[in-house]
Design a protein around this ligand. Structure first.
Ligand code: 6PG
Length: 265
């Protein structure tokens, strides 16, 4: 898709402040989606970074538990490790422990990827779940209201890892992807689905992400090596929620911690 990508970034001093900013983003985007469309269909990533934000959403001492329109939410995952849902590596398990066990979501509002199945079977079942929930016809792509992404130090996002087959998949909604250097299977949304979302943000913290983030956002296009460069929302805007350490190599943010850049392609 031609045209520059507008990237706005919000830099917070530390991990705790970043988690609070992420919790706010989840709630504000969900509230706006419910106001506009009557519901909020959100796909979340796993890993470690979002855990603190999920815990804040579930914390009764925080404003978010009361503000989030839980009854209008449909929760999906961006990706999952091919492990059972109670496995230590399961994104679903991390989310259940940090949030799902403590918030008023009904089971039918939670659409996990069945990591316990054979990878291809898990991908196929999740794709049909998306088709059903979004009532998709033919080649339609689901339009999530929000997709929350993380990024690895290698520039991967979702389970779109460098030099893996999933980077070339543009017709399916969900694929199983073998990650050589982890000798592991993952199931992931494909990048065209992510780019179709009404709102997309990256939640990235830690000094170990600074180099990759800088290359992804300001370096030459090299999507095989830096798959996060595939993320170019149809809205033309990409939001980054960062801590100072992760943002260290980006153009400096202003005194309020707000930064903006435009990326070719
Ligand atoms: C996963 C995630 C993955 C994650 C990044 C960052 O299944 O691991 O979906 O894309 O967002 O690897 O992970 P951290 O937040 O743990 O650094």
């Amino acid at each position: 898709m031609p045209g520059k990508l507008k990237v706005e970034y919000f830099v917070k001093p530390d991990a705790a402040a970043l988690a609070a900013r992420a919790a706010r983003q989840f709630v504000e985007v969900a509230e706006a989606a419910v106001a506009a469309r009557g519901r909020a269909r959100i796909a979340i990533s796993g890993g470690s970074t979002p855990k603190a934000a999920f815990a804040l959403l579930a914390d009764p001492a925080q404003p978010w538990l009361k503000r989030m329109p839980w009854d209008r939410l449909e929760l999906f995952w961006v990706d999952e490790r091919c492990v059972p849902p109670d496995h230590a590596d399961s994104n679903y398990r991390m989310t259940r422990e940090a949030m799902l066990d403590h918030v008023p979501l009904r089971p039918e509002q939670v659409h996990r990827i069945e990591g316990e199945l054979e990878p291809e079977a898990a991908a196929a079942r999740y794709e049909s779940e998306l088709r059903n929930r979004f009532r998709l016809e033919g080649a339609e792509t689901p339009r999530f209201d929000l997709i929350a992404l993380g990024m690895g130090p290698d520039g991967h996002t979702a389970s779109l890892f460098p030099h893996t087959a999933a980077l070339d998949e543009i017709s399916r909604l969900v694929v199983a992807n073998h990650v050589q250097n982890k000798d592991a299977w993952r199931v992931t949304l494909t990048w065209p689905v992510i780019n179709q979302a009404a709102s997309v943000f990256f939640l990235i913290g830690g000094a170990d992400k600074a180099q990759a983030l800088s290359e992804v956002m300001t370096g030459p296009r090299d999507v095989e090596r830096l798959p996060s460069q595939l993320i170019k929302p149809a809205s033309g805007i990409l939001t980054l929620l960062l801590d100072k350490a992760a943002a260290a190599l980006l153009p400096p943010a202003d005194a309020q911690g707000y930064g903006f850049l435009e990326r070719e392609g």
